[in-house]
Design a protein around this ligand. Structure first.
Ligand SMILES: Cc1cc2nc3c(=O)[nH]c(=O)nc-3n(C[C@H](O)[C@H](O)[C@H](O)COP(=O)(O)O)c2cc1C
Length: 203
């Protein structure tokens, strides 16, 4: 067996040990580390080599102005948004050690359906979450209705039909991440035996 086909004995246990956390403190990955981690995103399956991944990394002194853009977009999408919600988001986006806006470069009207391009972008995000975990960092994927605001998207370099898949909060877990209770695989898989299957998850 070559190196790429041999079994990595701890890899599955490692994948099963990942949990999201937004209790994140410094340090965030440095420049070389985040480039290596984001490279894992570019290993996602990608039908037609569409390369939809666009990662916008926000750190240091740029976090506060970015957080202000977020709150401006929140108000633009919903002028009645409660002040408390605004302040919470302002605080979160200013205080996270690093934020990665998850851009999706979309090319509609071609051979590859838009949904496949979006799924490739999302698969990339999952790889990035696992790569963060592998390097001892933590991550948390969030979205928000404001993320569709065209003015906000333009300020980070995304123009229609490009979109955002959300944001990753990134940093060092403040404490050991508590193992989340996970669903039982037996409710989510079935062997097809020449007739329609049913899932325990639905019962
Ligand atoms: C596309 C996407 C968007 C999400 N948006 C939010 C969000 O805005 N707020 C939130 O609390 N969790 C959000 N989540 C869920 C968290 O990222 C996380 O998956 C969840 O807390 C469960 O943690 P786990 O990854 O350890 O299972 C989102 C997940 C996905 C896949």
């Amino acid at each position: 067996m070559t190196d790429s086909t041999s079994k990595h004995s701890n890899a599955l246990a490692f994948l099963l040990s990942r949990s999201s956390t937004d209790h994140l403190v410094e340090p965030a990955p440095d420049k070389a580390q985040i480039a290596a981690i984001l490279s894992a995103g570019l290993r996602a399956p990608d039908h037609g080599k569409m390369r939809p991944w666009r990662y916008i990394v926000v750190k240091g002194k740029h976090r506060r102005p970015f957080a202000e853009l977020v709150t401006r977009a929140m108000k633009s999408v919903d002028p009645d948004v409660p002040q408390k919600k605004i302040e919470k988001r302002l605080h979160r986006f200013s205080e996270m050690p690093m934020i990665i806006a998850l851009g999706m470069h979309i090319e509609p009207g071609g051979k590859i359906p838009v949904i496949e391009q979006e799924m490739s972008a999302a698969a990339g995000v999952m790889n990035v979450l696992n790569a963060l975990h592998a390097e001892g960092f933590g991550g948390f994927w969030v979205t928000g209705e404001f993320a569709d605001d065209p003015e906000f998207l333009a300020t980070i370099g995304l123009n229609p039909p490009d979109r955002l898949a959300g944001f990753l909060f990134v940093g060092t877990p403040e404490r050991a991440v508590r193992e989340a209770r996970r669903p039982d695989i037996s409710d989510y898989m079935a062997f097809w035996k020449s007739e329609p299957v049913s899932f325990g998850a639905e019962s």
